[in-house]
Design a protein. Structure first.
Length: 109
């Protein structure tokens, strides 16, 4: 119970910080919603961990509910990393194209 309380307190701090950043207009609305949902789902997972254990057992998983959450979180992180790498690659190509165009313009007399 103490671990759950500490985890919920930490999530509450993150959510408050998120609202502060939103109020200061330092993050876009889409990112705000994404992170708010992320932290709310994390809090729900912590609050209902016993129910997740039962649900995992009902589906035939031998692991506990919290382990399944961790596995899912790692999978989501790998997916987000993949998406981020695609965006960086696209930005790299765009920057290369812009630099080429600027160089060609400067080369012409």
């Amino acid at each position: 119970m103490l671990q759950q309380s500490i985890a919920i307190l930490i999530i509450l701090i993150f959510v408050i910080r998120l609202f502060v950043l939103q109020k200061q207009k330092k993050i876009p609305a889409g990112e705000f919603i994404f992170w708010l949902l992320f932290w709310l789902i994390a809090a729900a997972g912590i609050i209902f961990v016993k129910d997740l254990d039962r649900l995992a057992a009902d589906f035939g998983f031998s692991a506990s509910g919290i382990q399944i959450i961790i596995y899912a979180a790692v999978a989501v992180l790998f997916y987000l990393n993949f998406r981020l790498r695609l965006k960086v690659e696209k930005m790299d190509k765009d920057i290369t194209q812009v630099i080429r165009e600027v160089a060609l313009r400067e080369k012409k007399p």
